[in-house]
Design a protein around this ligand. Structure first.
Ligand SMILES: [Zn+2]
Length: 263
């Protein structure tokens, strides 16, 4: 279940937390674009390619860290490039180019990844306290990036998949995500069964509508992760609440998934 929170210092920054993670004391948030500020209309945590926003983005990143009580920690923002690469990050000056998934056991690190329609997924193992954030658009999903991440939890920390909790945040919904036949066939091959209701044909066009959240849920189940919390929101239908690349034709800000281990 995803619960809405609002910061208390009066700026009205609104963000969601996933109850399965919050109950176990992981500092995290799935942010929205909402803020009650006269000078800022949107709470963006990424420039979306608009360099004029760099200053405000850096201020906003500090703000959300403060709200989550993470001000003394080091923010790591990987260079997301729609790959299926997942890296273990031990300190804040590691190579994070071409990185769409990051994992750490270091409580001094804060992960912040940026989204506008793609699926934000937080993975957490509460016994050893290992956290990861994954960026899964269609390319990452076709490349089973979430399974790569689970494998890293197993290989590097000897963690059993059934002990991992997963939260899939606000993502473009099946209602708003038609894809080409080529993309469909790549996504179909990313899961073992095609009947997981992730694909829908309509009678009014010949497109195939894809549910990225269901595909990532299916991939998680296939590799043994059972405890999965999924946000109900479609970022495109709820464009007042979230940034949507599709709904805004590519020109938009970025909401975020943020996570850091509490000691
Ligand atoms: Zn929608």
């Amino acid at each position: 279940m995803f619960e809405l929170f609002e910061d208390k210092d009066g700026q009205g920054i609104k963000y969601y937390k996933s109850s399965i993670l919050n109950n176990l004391g992981l500092a995290h948030a799935f942010t929205t674009r909402l803020i009650n500020s006269r000078s800022i209309t949107d709470f963006t945590l990424g420039t979306g390619g608009n360099t004029a926003l760099e200053y405000i983005v850096s201020k906003n990143r500090k703000k959300i860290c403060k709200i989550l009580n993470l001000s003394e920690k080091k923010i790591v923002v990987p260079k997301q490039e729609h790959t299926n690469n997942v890296k273990i990050i031990n300190n804040s000056n590691e190579d994070i180019t071409q990185t769409d998934g990051v994992i750490t056991a270091n409580p001094d690190i804060v992960f912040l990844l940026q989204f506008a329609d793609c699926a934000p997924i937080i993975l957490y193992e509460p016994d050893q306290k290992v956290v990861g954030i994954i960026h899964a658009g269609w390319k990452g999903t076709a490349g089973r990036i979430i399974c790569n991440a689970v494998k890293k939890f197993e290989d590097n920390f000897d963690i059993k998949p059934k002990n991992i909790l997963a939260s899939i945040g606000p993502t473009i919904g099946q209602c708003c995500y038609p894809v080409s036949k080529d993309v469909y066939s790549k996504l179909k091959n990313s899961v073992n069964i095609s009947s997981c209701q992730a694909f829908k044909k309509t009678h009014y066009d010949d497109k195939i509508y894809v549910d990225l959240k269901k595909l990532n849920q299916r991939q998680l189940l296939e590799v043994g992760v059972e405890n999965i919390d999924i946000s109900v929101f479609c970022t495109s239908c709820n464009n007042d609440l979230f940034f949507s690349y599709r709904a805004e034709h590519g020109k938009t800000g970025r909401h975020s998934a943020i996570a850091s281990i509490l000691v």
